[in-house]
Design a protein around this ligand. Structure first.
Ligand SMILES: [Zn+2]
Length: 313
């Protein structure tokens, strides 16, 4: 019986060279991985700069970098924040060097990279709470801070297992959510990263920047963000075409919300930059932004669109 089964299997294999029926979806299996990362992040508690959870997150990112990236670096710097003084912050850049495009000879591609970014810090105060006592407590940030980080962590393993043709940089930004409301002390990590780029030859700058933030809630719906639409309409179209081709209904090709986020420092450098975000989230900057509001299907859907987008740009 067992031998017969193997015979059938071999016969079927022989009749399906190169998987004529369509290649298996290489992102299958990443659903559980993405969720595992998000669970791990939330278990660390609030992850704002200086907190124990922040230190644990940094160690977690470094471990993934060590395992999967072709090379990586920590970008340490000190920001000055009005209410907190000098604040040590850390970005992490994981590089996947690229195998070379079709027709491109040599082992790696020297074309400019695509940057996929997310902030890993969480907000130190729940200032959207109505109760003043709660407003000073730090949030867990399952969706805001957690979801984008989980996608990048999963992407590191994916790119290791499925090396991209074109170079990809995964950048974990710090200090996105540290600023008091009304201040301009947001996006500290991405602003610093963009400042450092200015020291380098523009030919080495990322060709595109894609930022993911707040993409993990149940039944996520990602509308076109306005700054992204104004500054990178072609890139945005590519992403929504990918979603359409994949039959992904989480992406809604209509404009909604201008959101100031980690894509802005790159827009200032005139790099086509897009933010993927679902800003219709009632738990935003509250103590209720917890794991139970999120879904592995949301993470996987966004992950699949990003994977395919990296192949098309
Ligand atoms: Zn936030």
């Amino acid at each position: 019986m067992r031998g017969w089964g193997w015979g059938v299997l071999l016969l079927m294999t022989a009749f399906m060279p190169g998987q004529l029926a369509g290649e298996p979806d290489p992102t299958q299996g990443y659903r559980a991985l993405l969720w595992k990362h998000l669970e791990a992040l939330c278990a660390m508690g609030p992850r704002y700069p200086g907190s124990a959870g922040h230190a644990q997150t940094r160690a977690y990112i470094r471990d993934i970098a060590e395992r999967y990236a072709d090379s990586w670096k920590e970008q340490a710097f000190v920001a000055r924040v009005g209410y907190a003084g000098e604040l040590p912050l850390y970005n992490y850049e994981l590089t996947f060097k690229g195998t070379g495009r079709t027709g491109h000879t040599g082992g790696s591609d020297d074309s400019p990279p695509i940057l996929l970014g997310a902030h890993y810090d969480t907000r130190p105060f729940a200032d959207e709470e109505t109760d003043p006592e709660k407003q000073e407590q730090p949030i867990v940030g399952a969706n805001d801070g957690g979801s984008g980080t989980a996608i990048l962590l999963g992407m590191a393993q994916y790119l290791h297992e499925n090396p991209p043709e074109r170079p990809v940089k995964l950048v974990f930004f710090d200090g996105e959510d540290y600023g008091r409301r009304g201040s301009d002390e947001y996006f500290l990590g991405s602003s610093y990263y963009a400042e450092q780029l200015k020291q380098e030859d523009p030919s080495t700058w990322p060709a595109r920047v894609l930022v993911v933030d707040m993409v993990g809630k149940k039944d996520v719906k990602i509308f076109k963000e306005v700054y992204s639409f104004r500054n990178a309409p072609g890139f945005l179209d590519t992403i929504y075409k990918v979603a359409e081709d994949l039959g992904n209904t989480q992406f809604v090709p209509m404009l909604r919300y201008s959101v100031r986020d980690d894509h802005l420092p790159f827009i200032y450098l005139k790099i086509p930059s897009v933010l993927l975000i679902d800003f219709d989230y009632p738990y935003w900057h509250t103590l209720e932004d917890t794991l139970d509001k999120c879904s592995p299907d949301s993470l996987l859907g966004v992950f699949e669109v990003v994977v395919e987008t990296l192949k098309r740009v």
